[in-house]
Design a binder for this molecule. Structure first.
Ligand code: AVI
Length: 335
């Protein structure tokens, strides 16, 4: 559905329902996750309105180095990035999970400065984020052609299909790939590749392996914002599914496994307890110190990330690093 006309367009490909389908899917996932052993809940449910606000706060935390590192590497390399993107003329700059596009805006400014022919296609599940971004860019760059797409990742990729023969540069920034389990991440990159043509470019933001203490602190900050972000999942279940989680009965726990390169977050039950969900009319029991796994954030080495691209049908072009060498935006070309 087209909600607005040029110069900026907003294309809404999200499932339009009265919300009951979304709630039913949420209830089903929660019921499954809390019934299995070990228990788990998907991190995709973190991002309701308050979860998204908390994530904005996380990105500004002194311990959460990821956003700053990627921003600074963009500042450092934006001129080289733009020259690589625009080497073969007009292209669609597709930004998967764009959000407020804080980092991509650096690239947009550079593209405008270098007077390169492109249009910008931010994609995000949040309709309000896409509307805001559209308005923002309209003010900052009135001549820029922006087509914001409201969609989940996979549906968003369908937009690419409709433009198969036009040049594309796809961005998947912010270490979002880290929240996929290894195989699922590989699979997602393969899906991106399937929607591109040889010569199209793909840039992947990867948080690199580093001192485990630095990584752990980023997900276990002193001010407790990450703990609140994690706990919000239980609050959301209470709000939306009629749950009766006692928030004082659970605590945030984060640990980093330096061999697997994965940061894991849990919500740990501090006593034996039972939780009831109106949406499923079921009770779920927790023994003392039983944990719910809520998120994985995978960290990669440069060779591992290069291999993921290669296995998906890309050739490695280059990697742009921040000054400390802790974060990389890796550029690949579809072959
Ligand atoms: C969105 N994603 C890349 C974040 C991460 O670092 O895994 C989400 C997050 N979870 C806790 N802090 C930040």
């Amino acid at each position: 559905m087209l909600l607005q006309t040029t110069p900026n367009t907003l294309i809404d490909l999200s499932r339009k329902t009265d919300g009951s389908q979304d709630r039913a899917a949420f209830a089903k996932d929660v019921a499954e996750g809390l019934s299995q052993s070990p228990k788990q809940l998907s991190s995709r449910y973190f991002y309701d309105a308050s979860g998204s606000r908390l994530f904005q706060q996380i990105m500004a935390l002194p311990e959460y180095y990821l956003t700053r590192a990627e921003y600074s590497l963009m500042q450092r390399h934006r001129s080289a990035m733009v020259s690589a993107f625009a080497a073969d003329g007009f292209f669609h700059l597709v930004d998967l999970g764009a959000g407020d596009a804080m980092k991509t805006k650096l690239l947009l400014q550079e593209l405008v400065k270098q007077d390169k022919p492109f249009d910008y296609v931010p994609m995000d599940i949040s309709g309000s984020a896409m509307q805001e971004l559209g308005k923002d860019l309209q003010q900052e760059h009135p001549d820029m052609h922006v087509r914001a797409v409201v969609a989940e990742y996979i549906t968003g990729l369908k937009w690419l299909e409709q433009h198969l023969n036009e040049r594309k540069v796809v961005l998947f920034l912010g270490s979002n790939i880290g929240n996929f389990e290894r195989e699922d991440g590989q699979d997602f990159i393969c899906q991106i590749r399937q929607h591109l043509q040889p010569g199209d470019l793909f840039m992947l933001g990867v948080d690199l392996r580093k001192d485990p203490g630095i990584i752990l602190a980023a997900y276990n900050d002193a001010s407790g914002i990450t703990a609140a972000f994690n706990m919000n999942l239980l609050e959301r279940i209470n709000r939306e599914l009629g749950g009766n989680f006692d928030l004082n009965g659970f605590k945030h726990y984060a640990l980093y496994d330096p061999q697997l390169g994965v940061m894991k977050s849990f919500l740990v039950s501090q006593r034996d307890q039972e939780v009831y969900l109106e949406a499923t009319q079921e009770r779920y029991t927790f023994t003392a110190w039983e944990a719910i796994h809520t998120e994985s954030s995978h960290k990669y080495t440069l060779p591992q990330a290069t291999e993921m691209g290669r296995l998906a049908g890309f050739e490695f072009v280059t990697s742009y690093l921040d000054e400390e060498g802790g974060f990389a935006d890796m550029l690949f070309r579809a072959v």
